[in-house]
Design a protein around this ligand. Structure first.
Ligand SMILES: Cc1ncc(COP(=O)(O)O)c(C=O)c1O
Length: 435
């Protein structure tokens, strides 16, 4: 008798701890493009993309081919033991494609959190300074440095202290719930100016190695700063010789209609981290930065047994080709426009939708009980995700209150699948809002 979800779920609950959470009870049999088929042969439309990992779609033929081809030749030699071309070729592509007309170098790790760890190591070492600034609502991973930089206490930090030291946190540009109680654009983006006020009154700039920010805060609720924000941050960082690290783990690889989300703000960060979608589902992350920073660390100070595994690097080279040469960035822009129009319509017709924000198809709906008080509609959001799943749509929430719906569907989703998915979302939203 074939395994079904119920039987596997029982096994899962017996053998696996509760800590590694599950958003749905689905067990995957196979997945293609934007569709997951579960072991009970249920078809699910995927608006989660494995938490932002499947921008080029599940099992993209070019990625599968690259993986098969490399797996037949060499699965692992360890870059530190015997090098291979895919590592250096992928580094060259990233050095070329990341924003900034200056010499860059790239190294690889396995996960987003590891990319963040390495970016902080590089910045601290190169600047010979300890302090790091991060932001409220930020998420940078589940390792100790990742957690230390992360904002949301529950569930990410509670019970895991003590955390890394010399970490300072300031408010982000969360316009819908402005931490300064102001309104854009009258506010004159004082939230960005606050960085300078903070570092000159709380930590000596001479002690400050880096500022780390997501261009669009992912787990924090797809919080999308106004156009002036990052140019202002960069200017302050430059003034005090502080490295600006932009964490593109969730927002990169075409998610926002551009290869890197930070391109929307027209600045060139000193270091960029990437992971998730850029290897099409294989574990891989990158740290790309100014050569002067990246090359400062002594030989052997950086590395990892699996980091930049040849199969993952070959998959990532295929993803880069799909994004840059096969027109998937254009599709991302088109998808973003369609989604935005539908989401604006949802906001018009449903009081529960307080805010629509994001860039390209990295879009979010913030749900509130009351548009005046902005009371987070937490239970309704949970019910919405569950309702959508029952109707065949995998959807993820996010946000510090858990009241934000985010879209991370594969960019190869067809118009028909997209329409079906949004229609399920619309119907379910009306149901949970009681409309
Ligand atoms: C912006 C950002 N940084 C880092 C991470 C951590 O990535 P990983 O789960 O691969 O360690 C995530 C994961 O969601 C993320 O969104």
């Amino acid at each position: 008798m074939p395994d079904n979800s119920e039987k596997l779920l029982q096994m899962r609950n017996k053998h696996i701890p509760q800590g590694p959470f599950n958003v749905t009870t689905a067990f995957v049999k196979e997945a293609r493009g934007a569709i997951i088929i579960d072991v009970d042969d249920r078809e699910l439309i995927d608006f989660a993309g494995g938490i932002g990992v499947n921008n080029v779609g599940h099992c993209h033929p070019k990625v599968v081919k690259a993986i098969q081809d490399q797996a037949e030749k060499c699965i692992h030699s360890c870059f530190h033991v015997a090098m291979y071309d895919a590592y250096v070729k992928l580094a060259a592509v990233l050095n070329q494609e990341t924003p900034g007309d200056f010499d860059k170098m790239t190294m690889f790790a396995n996960s987003g959190a590891e990319a963040v760890e390495n970016a902080i190591k590089v910045a601290r070492y190169a600047k010979r300074r300890p302090a790091i600034i991060c932001f409220e609502n930020a998420f940078h991973g589940r390792t100790y440095m990742g957690m230390s930089l992360t904002s949301k206490a529950k569930p990410y930090k509670q019970g895991f202290a003590p955390f890394a030291s010399d970490i300072y946190r300031i408010p982000f540009a969360y316009c819908y719930r402005c931490p300064f109680g102001l309104e854009y654009p009258k506010c004159n983006t004082v939230c960005a100016d606050y960085l300078e006020e903070y570092i000159t009154s709380n930590v000596a700039p001479e002690e400050m190695a880096a500022v780390i920010a997501e261009p669009i805060q992912g787990e924090g609720g797809f919080i999308t700063p106004p156009p002036e924000y990052f140019p202002k941050l960069k200017k302050i960082c430059d003034k005090y010789d502080i490295a600006l690290i932009i964490d593109e783990v969730q927002s990169g690889a075409g998610r926002t209609g551009k290869l890197f989300a930070i391109e929307h703000w027209g600045i060139a960060p000193d270091i960029i981290t990437m992971a998730k979608s850029f290897a099409g589902g294989m574990p891989l992350s990158s740290i790309t930065g100014r050569s002067a920073l990246m090359n400062a660390v002594h030989v052997g100070g950086l590395g990892s047994t699996y980091g930049g595994n040849p199969v993952s690097c070959r998959a990532a080279l295929a993803v880069m080709e799909i994004l840059l040469k096969d027109g998937l960035l254009d599709r991302s822009v088109e998808l973003g426009n369609t989604l935005l129009a539908r989401f604006e319509g949802l906001k018009k017709d449903n009081e529960i939708v307080g805010d629509v924000r994001g860039k390209g198809p990295m879009l979010a709906l913030e749900l509130v009980r009351d548009r005046e008080t902005k009371e987070p509609a937490v239970e309704e959001t949970k019910a919405l995700v569950q309702r959508c799943f029952e109707k065949g749509l995998i959807l993820l929430s996010c946000g510090n209150f858990g009241n934000v719906i985010r879209t991370l569907m594969p960019l190869v989703i067809t118009d028909e699948q997209l329409d079906r998915g949004i229609t399920i979302l619309e119907e379910s939203l009306r149901e949970v809002a009681g409309g």
